[in-house]
Write a protein that binds this ligand. Structure first.
Ligand code: DHB
Length: 394
């Protein structure tokens, strides 16, 4: 503990990292995992879902790994990056966590890069999805997804399904720009035309004025990325402005038809086509067991793609600890995560040893009514998709 405190203090004083790297790691019986999440504020649904997924993993798989007890410490950053960073420092220095996880939005994830690099503490990104985050520190790994990973299959599907002219509409920050860039690249390379590219603010977005412009442009489809939780407002304004009635198809990454809020959206959501890595309706023994355990603990919620990032994030930490026989040093854990593979509730996944990002299936889905509820029903699979932003070296 003192060593860790010194480490942070010394880094502030600018003392050479090489001296600090020699700090021994002490055997401990309890391994603390610190989850930093937006539990309040406009993105609280992300925090709630990631925590529920992580706790469901522990309920299903116990709290002991390699002879050590796992203790989860959950802290609320209220969606503010300076708080994420301060909490990361506190968790490392005061609480002695061995691993950090969570990170509900890209700026929150990015804020801890210098802290984890200096302290050599792994950070498992369970929610944020801008491709470049994992390049900012060797101690990042990711169990969510990247927007290029989801957006490229949606573009491929669109070109194969008679969609020729598209307006893109994305939230104006990292993941939105990734979604716009990679959808556009794939769609135009395959012969499609982008008629207009609209970016909306992250805070308090009002889509109505933009949707009027989209209607006037009269494309075959609108391609949308919005962060988790915002989709219901969008869907309402999309219906109110008569875009569906005008024959404009809605295609999106699965963030828009988030399982957490899909039922609230009601009829206007029916027929929306999305691409993503997780649907609560995914039909597999692993997912059935996950959904049952989740609903037993959280009867008022449905697991969404954020929750499975939390679930698999805990799996990754457990599997890495097993591989290191309980050694919690950051370098040992980061070595251990590279190349790990397992069957997630979302399907088969692995950690790319080069990028530390997750390789996974991206499913094409359509919103349909099943037993009186709305679900993202999968109808096609792009297998073992790597983050294209890195695979191509861009
Ligand atoms: C991010 C946040 C989201 O809610 C989402 O659905 C995708 C990406 C992000 O900030 O990285």
């Amino acid at each position: 503990m003192i060593t860790r405190r010194l480490l942070i203090a010394a880094s502030a004083a600018g003392i050479a990292a090489s001296v600090l790297a020699a700090a021994p790691s002490y055997a401990q019986e309890t391994v603390k995992v610190g989850l930093i999440l937006p539990m309040t504020g406009p993105f609280a649904s992300t925090g709630r879902q990631v925590e529920a997924g992580a706790r469901t993993y522990m309920a299903m798989h116990g709290d002991t790994v390699a002879g050590k007890k796992i203790e989860l410490v959950v802290r609320d950053d209220a969606g503010t990056a300076d708080q994420t960073r301060r909490i990361a420092q506190e968790l490392i220095v005061n609480d002695g966590v061995s691993v950090l996880g969570g990170f509900g939005l890209t700026p929150l994830a990015l804020s801890v890069a210098p802290v984890i690099t200096q302290a050599k503490v792994p950070a498992v990104i369970m929610a944020a999805a801008t491709a470049s985050i994992t390049e900012q520190s060797d101690y990042y790994t990711r169990t969510s997804f990247t927007l290029p990973q989801a957006a490229v299959p949606v573009a491929t599907w669109a070109t194969e399904n008679d969609i020729k002219r598209v307006v893109t509409l994305v939230t104006d920050y990292g993941p939105g720009i990734d979604a716009e860039t990679w959808f556009t690249k794939e769609f135009t390379e395959k012969g499609g035309e982008i008629v207009e590219a609209v970016r909306v603010p992250l805070q308090n977005p009002d889509f109505a004025p933009y949707l009027q412009r989209v209607r006037d442009a009269d494309p075959d489809a609108i391609f949308v990325f919005l962060p988790s939780g915002v989709g219901s407002l969008f869907m309402k304004q999309f219906a109110d402005r008569g875009l569906a009635d005008a024959g404009i198809k809605l295609i999106a990454t699965g963030d828009v038809t988030d399982d957490d809020i899909l039922n609230e959206m009601g009829k206007p959501a029916l027929g929306t086509i999305t691409g993503q890595h997780y649907s609560a309706a995914h039909d597999s023994p692993e997912n059935n067991a996950y959904v049952d355990a989740y609903k037993a603990a959280y009867p008022d919620m449905r697991p969404n793609f954020m929750s499975v990032g939390g679930y698999d994030g805990m799996h990754l930490i457990y599997a890495a600890l097993e591989k290191t026989s309980g050694d919690t040093s950051g370098d040992a854990l980061m070595e251990a995560i590279k190349g790990l593979s397992w069957t997630s509730p979302r399907g088969p996944v692995s950690i790319d040893p080069e990028t530390r990002d997750i390789i996974q299936n991206i499913y094409m889905r359509e919103v349909k009514e099943v037993d009186g509820e709305l679900y993202n029903v999968e109808f096609a699979t792009y297998e073992a998709v790597k983050d294209p932003a890195k695979a191509s070296g861009e």
